[in-house]
Design a protein around this ligand. Structure first.
Ligand code: ADP
Length: 514
């Protein structure tokens, strides 16, 4: 009995010490916390010596600081990646060698799961349990592409003439510029970088200004894994320099491909910038996902799916359900059950045990969420729960919110809220639901719940989205192709298709064979 009590006390003490150290400036004891960028195998500062602070959205404490780099620094990273690509050691590397390096990186990330997650929670505000979930997800891309590296097959094609042989082979494009967002600070990097490296490319990564520390932690482990100098480069910058660095990556002749995950607005800009050099670009942009619950649905499963899809990462997920379309017959029952679950959500600092909803990432984000809800209220939206900032927890907390009676002139209807807000539209017929769901230029994810088999097949076919959850609210998987249609993006990440952005096909025609 006494022993158990002592152990509990010790655990509690360790927990308190750990949470203090995370929110402290230097995250003491967290050896993966870096304060430099990584170019050509060396940890470096900005050429000006400037840095910027990274803060914890839960309490605004400074977690660390990193170099505020400019175009001049980015040029060095591009040059390093370009030389490394043509360096014999990498250029002639075998798929097996690249696979082994990726496996090593994966193993190191697995060993350091807890520490990566702590850094992620400290800089993004994500609840610890979700950070650990993202580490599992992010790591899985490295494992997957370590395996896929050895399956980048070509084709031998039957020729139209007897004296010919036709061969199609696949080759790495060169340097890949990877620009990533803050909402998945780990997985958005590994999903791109592991695919590029598996293909034989070299990379220059520009992580989001809100979450560079997770990116640098992964970089430290990439260094330890032993990637040759210049293969893996990362440059950090504040928001003020992001546009010029992005433009350089898009316009440099030394960069062969861009992969971007972020806002549709920035994605469109990068697409234009890549046009001048006919540069390849992969874009994973915003969505406006419908979540449809039909009368035949299992309501409890639909409520669980809605909670998972909406409140993961405080709603700051591009595949989060944005508009909830609920059929007349089950509308009130669904809302009542949903309300119970929403009321039970535990809000607070993500490093505390049991917390499910953390803060939003920054001031711009909380302002946007508040404006969207206020706009809906002004136009006749009905608040069933929430609808306010939660200042008692800190400056960036917003109440989990349910708004019903959504109309098509509201911002919540037309734009991605990226926050903990469930916006409900009541509908009568399947045709009406599809018309509302598809009435947007976005087409990333969509969800629907139905137990009518004919309806399942009909709606799967007619719903305009790159990814669809049928009776499921959490659909991301390394093995599946992630990506959108319409203005939600170009290309696919993860799955065997994730390699395609980083290779080109070469056609070899062997003629006049005797
Ligand atoms: P959010 O608004 O959610 O921060 P963004 O699309 O603005 O999403 O940011 C995603 C990534 O794009 C971040 O790494 C950010 O620094 C970068 N970024 C922002 N503006 C530009 C730009 N004009 N050109 C290139 N990258 C940019």
């Amino acid at each position: 009995m006494y022993l158990i009590m002592s152990l509990n006390l010790l655990q509690r003490t360790l927990y308190v010490t750990r949470s203090k150290s995370i929110s402290n400036l230097s995250c003491r004891g967290v050896h993966l916390l870096q304060n430099k960028a990584f170019i050509n195998g060396k940890w470096v500062g900005a050429h000006t010596g400037e840095t910027f602070d990274v803060t914890n959205p839960a309490n605004e404490a400074v977690v660390g600081n990193v170099p505020d780099m400019y175009v001049k620094d980015a040029c060095k990273a591009i040059d390093a990646a370009h030389s490394a690509f043509y360096n014999e050691r990498w250029h002639n590397s075998t798929a097996k060698e690249r696979s082994a390096l990726l496996k090593k990186w994966f193993q190191l990330m697995e060993t350091n799961r807890q520490e990566i997650a702590q850094i992620m929670t400290a800089e993004s505000g994500k609840p610890m349990v979700e950070s650990l979930g993202e580490v599992t997800y992010g790591n899985s891309f490295v494992e997957w592409f370590a395996e896929e590296a050895r399956r980048i097959y070509g084709e031998i094609v039957p020729p139209p003439q007897a004296n010919r042989q036709i061969m199609l082979t696949r080759h790495p494009v060169g340097v890949a510029g990877l620009i990533t967002p803050w909402n998945f600070p780990h997985a958005m990097i590994t999903r791109k970088a592991a695919a590029a490296i598996a293909a034989g490319c070299t990379v220059v990564i520009k992580p989001a200004e809100d979450t560079p520390l997770t990116a640098l932690a992964l970089t430290k482990l990439a260094e330890d894994a032993g990637f040759p100098e210049g293969v893996f480069n990362i440059i950090t910058s504040s928001r003020k320099n992001a546009a010029t660095i992005g433009e350089l990556l898009c316009k440099s002749e030394k960069v062969a491909a861009i992969s971007f995950t972020g806002s549709t607005e920035v994605g469109k800009l990068l697409y234009q910038q890549c046009a001048g050099g006919i540069k390849r670009i992969g874009l994973e942009l915003g969505g406006n996902a419908p979540f449809i619950v039909f009368n035949s649905a299992d309501i409890d499963k639909a409520v669980t799916g809605a909670m998972n899809s909406k409140f993961r990462n405080c709603g700051q997920t591009c595949v989060s359900a944005n508009r909830f379309l609920i059929q007349d017959g089950i509308h009130d029952e669904f809302i009542a059950k949903l309300l119970e679950k929403v009321k039970a959500l535990k809000i607070g600092d993500g490093s505390r045990d049991g917390v499910q909803i953390g803060p939003l990432i920054n001031q711009a984000q909380i302002k946007k969420v508040s404006q969207f809800v206020d706009d809906a209220i002004e136009k006749g939206g009905k608040i069933i729960h929430g609808g306010q900032r939660l200042s008692k927890h800190g400056q960036l907390y917003y109440e989990p919110t349910i708004v019903t009676c959504l109309r098509d002139d509201m911002r919540l209807y037309n734009e991605e809220v990226f926050g903990p807000v469930i916006s409900v539209i009541r509908f009568k017929t399947e045709e009406e639901a599809l018309m509302i769901a598809n009435g947007t230029q976005r087409g990333l994810a969509g969800y629907f719940y139905s137990n009518d088999l004919n309806q399942v097949f009909r709606v799967s076919k007619l719903l305009e989205a790159g990814m669809i959850g049928v009776n499921e609210g959490l659909i991301s998987a390394t093995e599946a192709a992630f990506g959108g249609i319409k203005e939600s993006g170009i290309g696919r990440e993860g799955s065997k298709h994730g390699i395609d952005d980083y290779v080109y096909i070469k056609y070899l025609c062997y003629g006049n064979l005797q």
